[in-house]
Design a binder for this molecule. Structure first.
Ligand SMILES: C[S@@+](CC[C@H](N)C(=O)[O-])C[C@H]1O[C@@H](n2cnc3c(N)ncnc32)[C@H](O)[C@@H]1O
Length: 218
């Protein structure tokens, strides 16, 4: 009965509106607490991206702290052995979250110079007594041109681009695994293009929730 009521409520306009307020409040609180600026959504038309792949990009929206930590707290890996790479890292919000875990290094790839500069600023300003990884950097480039390093890694995707970019990026990741076999995990938040992963012979889904899926190489 309680479950049924919950699922009816979830579909209502009021519930969604309330959920949005809670999400926004959480985002603003994170920025205030850590002295950074990551919360505001930025449309692609407001950005300075001189790259033809901009037509396949999704606008900047930051990761949610609660969801990120729910996913990463349950990840059973030895963080020290893994790099964290965020493809489409925007203002660096997910990089700051990831730096709370003892990853070997944390890297963000973002093709908007404007967002990249904000990310660099946020990395510098981030205040946290519990930060475990200090090797955090934002790189300004198209993910398609990023050289995937030969090391175990957790690759993070918060619904950053369309199929035209995700497909070749996945092919590049698979090729890199083939050449240098190692453990690769892909955390895909707001996974709108799961059908692309389903075509893969190398990646299997090991977890899925309402807002995310996790893939791993076999
Ligand atoms: C939904 S935001 C994700 C932000 C960040 N990952 C987070 O979790 O807070 C998507 C980001 O991907 C970037 N993006 C889209 N296509 C890209 C590409 N081809 N190369 C690099 N960045 C890209 C956009 O500019 C935008 O900042």
């Amino acid at each position: 009965m309680k479950q049924k009521l919950k699922s009816i409520l979830r579909g209502t306009h009021l519930y969604k509106k309330f959920g949005r307020y809670v999400h926004d409040a959480r985002n603003r609180f994170f920025d205030l607490k850590h002295g950074v600026s990551t919360a505001n959504t930025v449309g692609l038309h407001e950005l300075d991206i001189e790259n033809r792949n901009v037509i396949f990009a999704i606008r900047y929206e930051c990761s949610d702290p609660k969801l990120f930590h729910e996913i990463f707290d349950s990840l059973k890996i030895k963080h020290e052995d893994f790099a964290f790479v965020d493809f489409g890292s925007g203002k660096g919000r997910a990089l700051l979250f990831a730096s709370e875990y003892p990853f070997k290094k944390v890297v963000g790839v973002e093709f908007s110079p404007q967002l990249h500069r904000i990310a660099q600023d946020n990395i510098r300003k981030y205040k946290s007594a519990s930060q475990k990884c200090k090797k955090v950097e934002s790189i300004c480039m198209d993910v398609i041109n990023y050289d995937i390093q030969d090391e175990p890694a957790v690759l993070f995707l918060y619904n950053p681009f369309k199929e035209e970019i995700l497909s070749p990026l996945l092919a590049k990741i698979e090729n890199s695994i083939e050449v240098h076999p190692r453990e690769i995990l892909i955390v895909y938040v707001n996974p709108e293009l799961e059908h692309i992963f389903e075509k893969s012979k190398m990646l299997i889904k090991i977890e899925s929730g309402t807002w995310h899926s996790i893939y791993k190489n076999v």
